[in-house]
Design a protein around this ligand. Structure first.
Ligand code: F6P
Length: 328
């Protein structure tokens, strides 16, 4: 494989996700394998502007494949949103001798990378890392699988107490704009109902559905709600509404929150991260830029960053139907 690139920078940006460390490890070791220098950049785009650079070799990333979070830290940078900030970043990269960037994050991270490339013709490749799985061009983002396992484990525990007290639980899970976590974890944990932004069930149909499940003999119920769901203002308002209209359930709310983003990555996320890191470095070595690496039909594929940002990650309709059937 031929390349003119001799030094690559790697960074994480936006919300952290399990598997980011495994991806950093993979990028660093792939660089070492191909005799390319690798520089870790701390705190995302802010770190480029502030020159928070750390040369990394194969041994710098030992013992991190199983760690949640990101050893490079993450940040959402306001300064990088300005042209002046990006010029500072460019100057810092040139001073450090970094010739290309691998950015690990979500669509905000990719938007920054694309603008940067368009302004300075600086080679960039994206690795999708977010628990929300809301990126076009990959069936799985890093952290999604781990987050699902975390959520299913939490719901299993809540179900124990729900069934002991004949309670109805609304469990809010992450997913600002999409319902991938809610739908998959809902099916995986056997929830009675799943509320996601992509589908507007409406309060009346929610009550009908809960009444049906009560009449079918269920004494407790779990409703998984994506944080971006549009029924009601929030999960607490849903609780109040159901409390008012259904006397036989004692209703509780559980917001799982940021615990969903933490923890040791699953084997699936570790393997995916390792594959994505290799593909990202070798794509730069082929002289390509402005792509995101992704998993499609179990192959590592490239999607133009522009498409990854603009495209919609669609909810799995077949899984929606499965969810409906399972709640009978
Ligand atoms: O990482 C994505 C995400 O988990 C969203 O689902 C959630 O809305 C958001 O991050 C919360 O991010 P923060 O509280 O870190 O700003």
């Amino acid at each position: 494989m031929s390349t003119n690139i001799t030094k690559i920078g790697v960074m994480t940006s936006g919300g952290d996700a399990p598997g980011m460390n495994a991806a950093i490890r993979s990028v660093v070791r792939t660089c070492a394998y191909h005799n390319i220098d690798c520089v870790g950049i701390f705190r995302g785009y802010d770190g480029i502007i502030e020159g928070l650079f750390q040369p990394m070799n194969a041994r710098s990333v030992k013992g991190i494949i199983n760690k949640g979070g990101t050893i490079l830290k993450s940040a959402r940078s306001d300064e990088f949103r300005t042209k002046q900030g990006r010029k500072k970043a460019y100057d810092c990269l040139v001073k450090e001798g970094i010739q290309a960037l691998i950015v690990i994050g979500g669509d905000g991270t990719f938007t920054g990378a694309l603008v940067f490339n368009e302004e300075f013709n600086f080679p960039v490749i994206g690795i999708p890392g977010t628990i929300d799985n809301d990126i076009y061009g990959t069936t799985h983002t890093l952290g999604f699988d781990t987050a699902l396992n975390t959520v299913v484990e939490a719901i299993d525990k809540i179900r124990d107490t729900a069934s002991s007290h004949n309670r109805l639980f609304f469990i809010e899970v992450m997913g600002r704009d999409v319902g991938h976590i809610a739908l998959n974890a809902g099916v995986g944990a056997g929830a009675e109902e799943v509320l996601i932004p992509e589908e507007d069930l409406g309060l009346d149909r929610l009550l009908d559905s809960l009444n049906r499940s009560k009449q079918s003999g269920k004494s407790s119920s779990i409703v998984v709600v994506a944080e971006g769901d549009k029924i009601g203002k929030n999960v607490f308002e849903l609780k109040d509404y159901v409390d008012e209209h259904m006397s036989y359930y004692d209703v509780r709310v559980s917001v799982l929150g940021h615990m969903q983003r933490g923890g040791s990555p699953s084997c699936f996320d570790r393997v995916l991260a390792s594959r994505m890191g290799v593909k990202a470095v070798e794509t730069l070595m082929q002289g390509k830029t402005n792509y995101m690496v992704g998993l499609l039909n179990n192959l590592m594929e490239l999607t133009p960053l522009k498409k990854a940002i603009k495209g919609k990650s669609k909810i799995n309709k077949e899984l929606l139907r499965v969810s409906d059937i399972m709640t009978t």
